[in-house]
Design a protein around this ligand. Structure first.
Ligand code: DOR
Ligand code: ZN
Length: 425
């Protein structure tokens, strides 16, 4: 007996295949078997009338803290949070404790992901050993083990010669080099954006130049190596301009944004509330406007969450000492609806493309579309559902989320992974 799941009457949006129409989706034995008007009976039928039926969402930037900081998040808790948020695939960052830096580490993450049986788990590997920026990590072995890219996220690779070497090496495996652009010479011990508010608050600032200088430098290295290069969580108007120009010059550069760089500004740090301490820091309205314009223009390739869970006890430290990061996986979709769809910057098909097929292309995985024969990863969204974000409903182990209580619109009602319903409301 074949395992059949029929999703009827939804608005099916599959940007990679140019589909946006009311129809049905049939999944047979874990794979997409048909899209259109399907009259047959199936073992299981879902009525998706009034709902969006889209390829399973993909988040290419999450921190699941395993190994090392399991009290903040585990691959199991993070995976449960992911499917509740509509993500059928996520990419874990390697800044764990110890970092993901060899073949065994990559296999460990994959194994934990399989055991959790929720979302598909991918991982990036560190570029340098212990993320120290000195010696390259075992990138080749990690690529063979299935690492989908390399980054020292949490910080950038400071030494240009080391970065050049990493890029040259990455081209041999055709993997993407992903960078948290931040030149420590400019960032110093900064804890928020450098400007009027950091001065008033008496807090050390991180100049925009920290991001832009490293990005400019890396672009020169990309010109030399032609490596696939991805810029994580861009936060400034200057970065937008650099990427715009690099793309115009046909360089193989992609970039992502995080929700907080569209919805919050440096002003939010005004009460020394550490929930707003994040890296790169919250910038200004001008920066937000430039990033939104870039999204409308197609310059941005992915909407990620940069889900960065932290212990309450650590976030309760004073602003100078608290860790950087915002836990936002479980509200990411609704936040992007608020930032981008509600003000009319992009529409649903564009948003879905930026959360499915385009990020999949960055890391080179066969995901993010409802193409026939593809794995049956599908997310069903109620675009009209209105509710308030409530951190008490999070599956994530952490609660460092400044959006608690925000009114939002757009809710995931079912998440299907490999033809199996892994989450439903
Ligand atoms: O705010 C951040 N938190 N930025 C990073 O780059 C790292 C992340 C984390 O791991 O907590
Ligand atoms: Zn980062």
């Amino acid at each position: 007996m074949k395992n059949e799941l029929l999703i009827k009457n939804g608005r099916v949006i599959d940007p990679a295949n140019g589909i946006d129409k009311k129809c049905d989706v049939l999944i047979v034995d874990e794979k997409i078997a048909a899209i259109g008007r399907i009259e047959k009976q199936a073992e299981k039928v879902i009525d998706a009338a009034g709902k969006l039926v889209v390829p399973g969402l993909l988040d290419i930037h999450v921190h699941f803290r395993e190994p090392g900081d399991e009290e903040e998040e585990t691959i199991a808790s993070g995976s449960a949070a992911a499917v509740a948020a509509g993500f059928t695939s996520v990419v874990c960052m390697p800044n764990t404790n110890p970092p993901v830096q060899n073949e065994t580490d990559v296999e460990y993450i994959h194994r934990k992901g399989r055991q959790a049986r929720k979302t598909h788990i991918y991982t990036m590997g560190a570029i340098t050993k212990n993320r120290e920026g000195i010696e390259l990590a075992e990138m080749g072995f990690m690529a063979e083990a299935g690492a989908v890219g390399f980054t020292d996220d949490g910080g950038g690779v400071q030494d240009p010669a080391v970065m050049l070497k990493a890029m040259k090496y990455a081209t041999m495996f055709d993997v993407v080099i992903s960078q948290h652009c931040q030149d420590n010479a400019f960032a110093g011990k900064g804890v928020m954006n450098s400007g009027y508010y950091s001065t008033i608050l008496g807090l050390p600032g991180i100049d925009k130049l920290a991001e832009e200088a490293m990005l400019w430098r890396d672009i020169q290295l990309v010109k030399k190596t032609n490596v696939r290069y991805h810029v994580q969580h861009i936060s400034t108007a200057g970065s937008v301009e650099l990427i715009r120009k690099a793309k115009k010059d046909s360089l193989p550069i992609t970039c992502e944004v995080a929700p907080h760089h569209l919805l919050l500004t440096e002003k939010n740090c005004g009460e020394y509330d550490t929930r707003y301490k994040v890296n790169p820091p919250l910038r200004t309205q001008k920066d937000i406007d430039a990033i939104k314009e870039a999204i409308a223009d197609g310059i941005v390739d992915a909407l990620a969450s940069d889900h960065a869970p932290h212990l309450q006890s650590e976030k309760e430290l004073e602003f100078l000492s608290a860790p950087f990061g915002i836990a936002s996986l479980e509200c990411a979709l609704a936040l992007y609806v608020k930032a981008l769809i509600e003000p009319g910057i992009i529409d649903w098909p564009q948003l879905i493309e930026l959360m499915t097929s385009r990020p999949a292309k960055i890391i080179g995985i066969d995901k993010g579309t409802l193409g026939l024969g593809r794995q049956g990863d599908v997310t069903i969204i109620d675009p009209e559902a209105e509710y308030k974000i409530d951190i008490n409903n999070f599956r994530s182990k952490s609660r460092n989320c400044p959006y608690n209580g925000w009114p939002v619109k757009g809710k995931v009602v079912k998440t299907i992974v490999g033809g199996e319903i892994r989450f439903e409301v």
